[in-house]
Design a protein around this ligand. Structure first.
Ligand SMILES: Nc1ncnc2c1ncn2[C@@H]1O[C@H](COP(=O)(O)OP(=O)(O)OP(=O)(O)O)[C@@H](O)[C@H]1O
Ligand SMILES: [Mg+2]
Length: 505
């Protein structure tokens, strides 16, 4: 059984294509997990934790939230009817006109905060997460840390970030893919291979369990160009390290497929006629474009050329962080210079993070000193980065948004609006527009259809830039998060089918 793995900068997903059907591997109920790993210093045997034991607690919490919601909704309804009554009375008495009354009612009711109905899935997640923390705390207190190795106790995805907060002693790594293409000394190289192999082992275990076969073969996606400090050599090194990590994770046979080619496969199945197409995949760390023929009778898309940019959504996060969040830590208002804040914001770069934590902020004025000391605690930058990302995502559909930074200082909030977002994405969009011009040049005189995928393709500014460069072209939005992994799974099953059949005989 060969599975497809999209080991993404931001999210990792896996799927298998079995008897003409896609099967997504589930990670705690989701089809993907955040590419973050927490490795506690002292091992805990997580297999002993039983989430099912907390079902009653989940039900209790849900019922309490529903009661609170019903009460809040009642209060809200009462307040709105009071407002209506008040202004209608004024209108009735002739103090104001009917129109004025209506306008004031609209304004006053819009100022009230309508309670939001509690989401069962979210309450479940929060309850289990809290129970897990408490459980692990008790394990530690009881001095029962067993002698199992680090691999067994590693925690993945959102839980990695949550877990870090009670445990702290350990390593929290986000977006290890971003490090694969950098010049690495031997110990760093070893550490990164180990981290990536942990992630891939997590995937292999879940797949093996859910597909009920020992999964030892995979087709792994790769960007056209990895983020790198060494030019094209960086991408070669990244593939080599990924291969090594996959082998250590127990995959005996591994091959790689360019991510935009994988995305094209998903579309290929959907189009009965062959179409000249441009596939654009804008992810967290990289942006990939491929051009060729998609759809029709050929067994696979025929791609003639591809382009890659070692930048993506995390670069927009960086821009937004520097603009809207780092001023809360004294950026532009104390002696610390911009590079210090860049170090703090670039959470996937371990060297920069170490440099940031080493800076002495003792003489920095209030209120920044306290906030910086909180931010310098190990792992806090990662958590804040996740909130910056949330801000960016919210700004895709809202003109303004905020996130709470309570864990830095009680009551502290980071707010951002459209102009902050524009500032945040400016640098990335310059590169993206250049890349699009290049691709447009290469397809001049033709009218391709444009196939958009990758998490960032949900951002309106990305779709608009694509539209501007390809006016009059049909634009298709695929599954932004799972288009690549689905293509990888189909490739894994079809290209390797003969080998698989031969093996099965
Ligand atoms: N609604 C949204 N608005 C803006 N950005 C979004 C939205 N939804 C997701 N993103 C961004 O998309 C990115 C993740 O996309 P995706 O899952 O395709 O990346 P990846 O596959 O992990 O990364 P890569 O392919 O670069 O290695 C993140 O930067 C995330 O913040
Ligand atoms: Mg991707």
């Amino acid at each position: 059984m060969r599975i497809g793995i999209d080991f993404g900068t931001s999210y990792t997903a896996a799927a298998a294509y079995i008897d003409g059907e896609l099967r997504h591997i589930s990670f705690g109920g989701d089809s993907q997990f955040r590419t973050a790993v927490f490795i506690p210093e002292k091992s805990i045997d997580w297999t002993l934790f039983q989430p099912d034991a907390y079902e009653q607690q989940v039900r209790d919490n849900l019922s309490a939230s529903t009661t609170a919601y019903t009460k809040a909704l009642g209060e809200y309804d009462e307040a709105t009817s009071k407002i209506r009554f008040h202004y209608r009375s004024l209108a009735k008495n002739g103090d104001i006109t009917q129109e004025e009354a209506q306008a004031r009612i609209s304004w006053a009711t819009s100022e009230l905060k309508k309670p939001v109905s509690p989401l069962a899935a979210e309450i479940r997640r929060a309850t289990i997460s809290a129970a897990r923390r408490q459980w692990a705390y008790e394990q530690r207190e009881a001095g029962r840390a067993s002698s199992i190795n680090v691999d067994e106790s590693a925690v993945f995805g959102e839980d990695a970030i949550e877990e870090f907060f009670w445990y702290e002693e350990g390593r929290l790594i986000q977006s290890p893919k971003s490090m694969l293409g950098f010049r690495l000394a031997a110990p760093q190289r070893e550490a990164i291979v180990k981290i990536v192999s942990n992630v891939l082992k997590h995937v292999r275990r879940a797949a093996t369990e859910q597909l009920s076969v020992d999964v030892t073969e995979a087709t792994i996606g790769r960007p056209v160009v990895f983020r790198s400090s060494m030019g094209p050599e960086g991408s070669d090194q990244a593939v080599e390290l990924l291969r090594e990590a996959a082998h250590r994770a127990g995959f005996k046979s591994v091959d790689f497929l360019a991510e935009p080619a994988a995305a094209a496969i998903t579309y290929h199945m959907d189009f009965p006629e062959s179409q000249f197409a441009v596939v654009v995949d804008v992810g967290g760390g990289t942006t990939d474009i491929a051009v060729g023929h998609v759809g029709g009778q050929a067994g696979a898309p025929e791609l003639d050329a591809s382009w890659g940019l070692a930048k993506g959504g995390t670069d927009v996060d960086l821009g937004l962080s520097l603009r809207a969040v780092m001023p809360l830590f004294g950026k532009n208002d104390c002696r610390l210079l911009a590079p210090f804040y860049v170090d703090a914001a670039m959470v996937s770069d371990q060297n920069r993070q170490a440099a940031f934590r080493k800076v002495d902020v003792d003489s920095i004025k209030a209120p920044y000193k306290k906030r910086l000391l909180a931010l310098q605690r190990y792992g806090v930058t990662v958590r804040m980065n996740r909130d910056v990302e949330r801000l960016k995502v919210a700004l895709s559909s809202e003109a303004e948004a905020y996130v709470s930074l309570d864990y830095v200082q009680k009551g502290l909030r980071a707010k951002a609006g459209t102009s902050d977002l524009e500032f945040g994405y400016e640098r990335y969009m310059r590169s993206f527009n250049e890349l699009l011009s290049q691709v447009r040049g290469a397809t001049a005189g033709r009218t391709p259809i444009v196939l958009l995928t990758g998490g960032m393709s949900r951002a309106p500014y990305i779709a608009e830039a694509v539209k501007r460069h390809f006016p009059g072209c049909e634009i298709h939005h695929g599954d932004a998060s799972l288009g690549v992994v689905e293509g990888l799974a189909m490739h894994a099953a079809t290209v390797h089918k003969t080998a698989f059949d031969a093996h099965a005989k």
